[in-house]
Each structure stands twice: as C-alpha cells, then as structure tokens.
Design a protein around this ligand. Structure first.
Ligand SMILES: CC/C=C\C=C\CC(=O)SCCNC(=O)CCNC(=O)[C@H](O)C(C)(C)COP(=O)(O)OP(=O)(O)OC[C@H]1O[C@@H](n2cnc3c(N)ncnc32)[C@H](O)[C@@H]1OP(=O)(O)O
Length: 302
C-alpha cells in the first residue's frame, strides 16, 4: 500500500513525541495534594484541603504515600518542599473519616477480626508517611499556623522543618484518648534530643509555639510570614538541588540509617556504599568543580 509523504511525516512526528513523552516523568493527578515544580529539580507538595483545615482523610494519607514513592523515582526531582494551602498547615487526622472506621469495626463481633481491621489501618497510615523517609530526596517542611496531631507525625518524617512566627504545634493524641501511633513517639524525641521535654509535650498535649519549636530544635528557622517562609525554604531546597544527587541521596540514607544504628554500624554502612559511589562521575565532577572554583557543576539526572 502506498503511504503519502505527509502520512509518513506525521507518523515519524508521532513516534518522536511518544519517545519524548516517555523520557519525561509525568506527575500523577492528586485529589488532596497540589504538586508543582517552582524551581529546577525542586518540587513543592502542598496539602490541599483548605476548606477542611487540611484535615488528613484516607485519600490524603494514601496520596502522600503514593506521591513520595513517585518522587523517590523521579529523576527530575532532587529536593522537595512540603507545605500547605489555606489558613492552616493541618488539623491532623480527619475526625469524621475516623468515624467510618468505627462502622467497619461494628461489622465484626469477634476481637480477632476487629484487630485485623485496625492493624491494617494503622500500618497503612504508618507506611504512607514513612514514604517520606524512604524517599531519597531531602524533604523540607514549611509549616504555617496549626500543625496538630497527625501533622506532627507527618513533619517528624521530614529531613528539615521551618515555620512561620504564627505556627503552633500540638501532640493532641492523648487529649483524644489515644497514643500517637504513626511516628511522633518514635521520631520526634530523637529530633529534639530531650526525652524530658518530649514527654511533657506528649503527656500534656499542650500547644507549643514557633519560638519554643525553635528552642527545642524541632524547627531550624522561624520566618515572619508564609511568603518569606516559602521563599527561604525554596532557596534552601534549590541549593540542595544544585549539588550532586549521588552525594545528597546517599547522605539522606546514611543519616537515617545512622539514627537507627550504632556508630560502628553507621560507619560500616557508609563504607559499603561509598566503595561503590566514590567511583561515580559525580565525585569526579564535583572534585573538578571545587578545584577550578566552578560554582555550579552540572550533574546528570538520577
Ligand atoms: C492511625 C491514626 C493516625 C493518626 C492519628 C492522628 C491523631 C490526630 O491527628 S489528633 C488531632 C485531631 N485534630 C483535632 O483535634 C483538631 C480539630 N480541629 C480544630 O481544632 C479546629 O478545626 C482548628 C484546626 C483549630 C481550626 O479552627 P477554626 O478556624 O475555628 O475552623 P473550623 O471551623 O473548626 O474548621 C474548618 C473546617 O474544617 C473542618 N475540620 C477541621 N479540623 C478537622 C479535623 N481534624 N477533621 C475533620 N474536619 C476538620 C471543620 O469541621 C470545618 O469544616 P466545615 O465543613 O466548614 O464545618
């Protein structure tokens, strides 16, 4: 059969476009998150249920997991800012959503069946935010106004936290009759380094403000407004994104591994990795750049 030139041309264009599209990492659509890339290699993930004070419902928990798993794989992403739309960062778990769990439990009479439902629920929520820690790209939380309950669990998984002057935090779980179960008890006391201060916050469920958060080391810096918070945090993320992805991703992995192991185990872990990674082109490029005072060496995507 004869194919005219224009048909062949269109066909070739189509193949070329398909191959470009397959090289670009498309960003999935999310219902409860807003995602964009305001700077090269920097992604901004925003909690996006502003009408509900960004209460974390099941779709949001699941989407957080999915999103950070995707960004872990995305070679166009080297640093991530986690922020929120609207008046509040987050009011924690969606209290209406949790009531539907009660309905599901009511379907079972037997304790073994009930605990199976609850365990699956808790483990799923844990895994969703642990995805932030498992994501090799550094995650910087930019927190404004209220960060309550599940919100503290969420930001405790990030690598760095920054907030506005009006930010306040509350480990509210004991006030609603539960022990926090998705990471605050495990991670936050290690972040702030004082078990006594941490226990006070966890047992009393009292609110603490931005200056206390800075004093106890929970946040690195406090900014006057949400605009200056985002501007500064984006700049820090961009600075990270300009560095070698090999160096940055391995640093995150080593820091988290070392937090959970002895010093010797941490040293062995990084020796095991660096005997491989020091042979990467990034090491040569960065060393050359340092020697020639090149401020912005170009690193391939990873
Ligand atoms: C496996 C378990 C995993 C995790 C467990 C985590 C535990 C926790 O998260 S404990 C913390 C639970 N959260 C709370 O107790 C906070 C409750 N909310 C508030 O205190 C207030 O809403 C506020 C955040 C201080 C804001 O107050 P205000 O400015 O007066 O706004 P509201 O009118 O109260 O809220 C606006 C709108 O949002 C809805 N909403 C707020 N928070 C939640 C929530 N946590 N769950 C569900 N919905 C929430 C509120 O109902 C309003 O909705 P309307 O439709 O406009 O009425």
């Amino acid at each position: 059969m004869f194919l005219g030139n224009s048909v062949i041309h269109k066909g070739l264009l189509c193949v070329r476009n398909l191959s470009i599209a397959s090289k670009m990492h498309s960003i999935a659509q999310y219902q409860t998150l807003k995602i964009d890339s305001p700077k090269e290699f920097v992604f901004n993930v925003q909690l996006n249920r502003p009408d509900k004070a960004n209460a974390m419902n099941t779709p949001m928990w699941l989407e957080i997991g999915k999103c950070f798993n995707e960004l872990h794989e995305n070679p166009d992403c080297r640093a991530i800012v986690l922020s929120a739309e609207g008046k509040y960062f987050t009011s924690g778990i969606d209290l209406f959503d949790i009531m539907t769990l009660g309905e599901e439990l009511a379907n079972h009479d037997d304790i073994a069946r009930k605990i199976k439902v609850l365990r699956k629920f808790i483990k799923t929520y844990q895994d969703c935010i642990t995805a932030i820690e498992k994501c090799d790209k550094p995650v910087l939380a930019a927190i404004h106004n209220a960060c309550i309950g599940g919100g503290v669990d969420l930001v405790s998984t990030t690598d760095m936290r920054y907030c506005t002057k009006d930010a306040w935090f509350q480990l509210k779980e004991t006030e609603i009759g539960m022990a926090a179960d998705v990471g605050t008890l495990q991670r936050m006391q290690k972040i702030i380094g004082s078990t006594s201060t941490f226990n006070e916050l966890a047992f009393t469920a009292r609110k603490f403000n931005s200056s206390e958060a800075k004093n106890i080391g929970f946040v690195s810096q406090v900014y006057d407004t949400k605009e200056s918070l985002l501007e500064n945090v984006m700049n820090i993320a961009s600075d990270i994104a300009n560095k070698s992805p090999v160096g940055i991703q391995m640093t995150k992995r080593s820091v988290i591994y070392s937090r959970d192991h002895t010093v010797q185990e941490g040293l062995d872990h990084i020796a095991d990795w660096n005997q491989i990674l020091l042979q990467s082109e990034d090491f040569i490029k960065a060393a050359m750049a340092a020697a020639t005072k090149d401020k912005k060496p170009t690193f391939s995507k990873l």
